[in-house]
Ligand binder design. Structure first.
Ligand SMILES: [Fe+2]
Length: 200
């Protein structure tokens, strides 16, 4: 991912707090904006893991879980069609649609080194943590005949230490994201394996 610093730290209108779109609406946006099926799958996987973490680990209610899911589902929505304006375009679209500022901030902070926005709350920190890791675990699944079936954390940890495997996944981002949360990497990887395997 190249650097596209957003040049601002506040997003959306505080008056729009609590305003969300339905998952169906978000899927429709993805269909229109993201022809690449693999990229759509990546966003669906991050969304599934985000939603599951919100509910299982943060005790989120339905509305909060929807915020986490929407952020996951839309975080790369503009990447395919606007690679040089990645993040800015989807942020502006969500501002136009009067979406909750927390969802927009979460999307803006999913790559602090690239967009110049620091993750603030747990939702922000977890999207940053899950983004690269989700893609990495999926890359590992794709080279296994049984895909996710029987996949173990140890093999993923080993692949993370092998720079040639999924070389496009930036290990420094994973290390940086991990340093911002209190959960061990092994536990995060297991969570990703458990929750994204059903996503198709
Ligand atoms: Fe992503």
């Amino acid at each position: 991912m190249s650097i596209h610093v957003l040049g601002r730290n506040t997003f959306g209108d505080p008056a729009d707090a609590g305003k969300l779109m339905s998952i169906e609406e978000a899927h429709q946006l993805l269909e229109e904006w993201v022809p690449n099926e693999r990229l759509r799958l990546h966003m669906k996987q991050v969304a599934a893991v985000m939603k599951a973490w919100a509910i299982e680990r943060e005790g989120a209610d339905a509305t909060t879980a929807l915020k986490w899911e929407l952020a996951g589902l839309l975080h790369d929505a503009d990447w395919e069609k606007h690679p040089n304006d990645h993040c800015r375009i989807i942020i502006e679209e969500l501002e136009r649609r009067h979406i909750d500022p927390e969802v927009i901030h979460c999307i803006a902070s999913h790559g602090p080194r690239y967009f110049g926005v620091e993750p603030n709350n747990t939702m922000d920190k977890m999207i940053y943590m899950f983004d690269e890791l989700s893609g990495f675990v999926h890359a590992a699944a794709l080279i296994r005949p049984t895909r996710y079936e029987g996949m173990d954390v140890k093999s993923i940890m080993k692949k993370l230490k092998t720079p040639s495997f999924a070389a496009q996944v930036n290990r420094d981002d994973i290390t940086d994201a991990l340093s911002r949360i209190d959960t061990p990497l092994e536990e995060i990887i297991q969570f990703v394996i458990d929750h994204q395997k059903e996503v198709v």
